[in-house]
Design a protein around this ligand. Sequence first.
Ligand code: TRP
Ligand code: ZN
Length: 478
Amino acid sequence: MNPRPADPRRTVPQHRPRLFPGALLVPLLLLLTTSCTDTNTGSAPRRGASGVGDPLFPTLGNGGYDVTHYGLTLDYAPATHRLRGTARITARTTRALSSFHLDLAGLHVRETTVNSRPARATRHSTELTLTPATALPKDRTFTTTVVYDGKPKTLTDPDGSREGWLRTADGAVGLGEPTGSMTWFPGNNHPSDKAAFDIAVTVPRGYAAVSNGELTRRTTRNGRTTHHWRTRDPMATYLATVAIGRFDIHTTTADGLPQYVAIDPTEAKASRDVPAQITKITAWERRTFGPYPFASTGAIVDHLPDLGYALETQTKPYFAAAPDQRLIVHELAHQWFGNSVTPRTWKDMWLNEGFATYAEWLWTEQHHGRTAQQTFDDFYDGTDDESKGIWAFPPAAPPSPGHVSDPPVYGRGAMALHQLRRAVGDPAFFRILRTWLKTHRHGNADTKQFITLSKRLSGKPLDKLFKTWLYAKAKPAR
Ligand code: TRP
Ligand code: ZN
């Protein structure tokens, strides 16, 4: 495998070990036994559901509340790999709750409180169930604290990729797409529940701890340094990160936007132009897609070459090695498509990957001469390397969790957008993109809403086009 990922899809191993079938049975049984209580509409306090009903990941997220803020206080010892954490979660009930769930994988739970009073905790698979001393009324803000510790684990997804907590030569990194954030903090682990974050990470002096948002404070006591990071704008749990290790820090402000780039010294030479590329590409995407949605831009360039993918972690995409320009274009485009406007369920992953891939095609068209039409043709004819496997299923309908990051979601998703552009023309196409971003900024949206918006703004009947390019199994006629 290419140790310097040029592209997120190409770098994902093609042949993945499969999970044994029984692994799917446990979450399924859990869902059947606990979520059926959620259909009752009465106002008496009931148990919160163990999932939000994602069509691909039924146990992700939880029912009955909405998180508004995560306060994570983490302490990591690279020498022993031990993490100690306190999660202070502020949420609002969406109905009266006698108990509720959080998602958490591994780790030891030491103490749990709800509204400062001890709450009973039980665990089953990746579900942590908390029962407060008294039931929570509907539409009430409440605060949960979970004190936990242990060696966080790495998850292997059904498609074989690794996520969650990963050790590096000089530290570790937390990555969470689609499920891994629950290996390092408890929460409502589903893209539909976005929240503000304050992440404070204590590490031995000399280590950096880089996370989402802006660094507000750094204090050193007894040879240990605490880095305080703040994310004011809503963030999905899968976009949260913390990278611990030795990093060279490059900060600047470009067009009024603070930029923070952390580069592992091992990648320093190959990443010499990354800070300038981040500036240039962020500026181009602001011109192309409209206002930058967050308070800062940047990147983390780590040294984890066999990871095989990059991730669009909010405000600072994570690169496992020095990235090339196209990969930066892709991950920064996600700040608009995916991070600001987030799919309501994982089924709509093409709203992330199709758009970020199309951003690459647009960048290439405007900087190197291969038009998006030529890229489309190369994908259609199969002459582009990245077109491998794009006809396996329609982009808006990944058939199972193991397929959410497969080539159709990226390549054929981008092809659908190109067909839209051809059908409505450039002015309407870019108006659709910008209106999409403005309407759903910091929120969630789904494919149906994109289709409705496209039809309304173009005044064209596009049902057939979307049906063909997003939902039809067969390779469409050009
Ligand atoms: N979403 C990432 C990107 O496109 C890629 C990615 C992250 C990924 N996690 C993954 C791909 C797991 C496959 C499997 O930039
Ligand atoms: Zn992507």
